[in-house]
Design a protein around this ligand. Structure first.
Ligand code: SF4
Ligand code: SF4
Length: 304
């Protein structure tokens, strides 16, 4: 490992439950830092993430891959567990199977088993954090977040939620790098939804480049028009993330800038409450925005 004499190794297992693989694809698209910075180039001084099992990208397959997984489970110092996807609990977990050396088991049972020996868990994506698309009504598979699955089984482990559908790669690499350098985030560093405030501490609405249009009541009436997308169903006023500042694809673009309303994809209410995608949610539910009784216009209530 070259400079690795003083390097602390952190074994990691990436477990995919009921997922579309969008989260891992997003993380692999990270630019600065990128995933290579984290797991190959040792950009976090003194720490190296040894990502031993990641089914989407690892070279090994079949029994060889499962041997690596089994060996990592036995590392006596423990490992970091990244969970991508929701956990299907319906019908005894039969909606989702997972491979295990010498046996076949359910995603639910496997997630609990892996979590038991983990030092900490990163719930990557909205499905893993809150159930997300896989737990959308009517949810016949009984999908739940990894946090719910753990509490349902009485397992207490630190879980950091990194939601998004998909999450911005920086939210994941930044959260992991921060945890390596400074330890797990304390209660003051996460919000009530278990997300690091560093990335999810502000409203999309407060950072949006079209906020001026909202204040000036310049609303787009059709897709592709300039103006605030509130009337087209934008959920930015409810949504906590730094997408307008950080932007996706290496800082190139984000939903509203691309002409699409924010869907609140990082929130526990996604997608059941935020759909239909292009439907406006009632004004009275907007935080810090009210309708002036005399003029009937929308007014933003400033922070004290
Ligand atoms: S409602 Fe949406 S488009 Fe309009 S300012 Fe807020 S975040 Fe931007
Ligand atoms: S702007 Fe909204 S829908 Fe788009 S990625 Fe950010 S939180 Fe998700």
């Amino acid at each position: 490992m070259g400079e690795g004499d003083d390097m602390t190794e952190h074994p990691a297992i990436w477990f995919q439950a009921s997922a579309c693989s969008g989260c891992v694809v997003s993380v692999l698209n990270g630019v600065a830092p990128n995933i290579r910075d984290l797991i190959v180039d040792h950009r976090v001084p003194g720490h190296h993430v040894s990502l031993r099992f990641q089914p989407t990208v690892m070279a090994a397959a079949g029994d060889a891959a499962l041997e690596i997984l089994a060996a990592t489970e036995e590392v006596k110092e423990g490992y970091v567990l990244v969970v991508e996807g929701a956990v299907p609990t319906g019908a005894g977990g039969l909606f989702g199977y997972a491979a295990k050396r010498g046996a076949q088991t359910t995603m639910h049972a496997r997630a609990l088993e892996l979590a038991e020996n983990a030092l900490a868990i990163v719930a990557l994506g909205t499905c893993s954090s809150y159930g997300g698309m896989h737990a959308a009504e009517p949810n016949p598979a009984g999908c739940v977040s990894i946090g719910e699955a753990l509490s349902g089984a009485g397992i207490e482990k630190p879980v950091i939620n990194v939601p998004g559908c998909p999450p911005h790669p920086d939210w994941f690499t930044g959260t992991v790098a921060h945890a390596l350098l400074f330890g797990l985030p304390g209660p003051d560093a996460v919000d009530t939804a278990g997300r690091p405030k560093r990335f999810y501490g502000r409203l999309v609405h407060d950072l949006c480049q079209r906020r001026g249009d909202f204040e000036a009541h310049k609303f787009a009436e059709a897709a592709g028009e300039p103006g605030c997308l509130y009337e087209l169903g934008c959920k930015g006023p409810w949504t906590h993330a730094d997408c307008p500042e950080r932007e996706f694809n290496g800082g190139v673009n984000w939903c509203v800038k691309a002409g699409s309303p924010c869907q609140g994809c990082v929130e526990p209410f996604f997608p059941d409450v935020s759909c239909p995608i292009y439907a406006k949610i009632g004004l009275l539910e907007l935080p810090r925005i009210v309708r002036d009784e005399e003029s009937g216009e929308l007014v933003a209530v400033r922070r004290p």
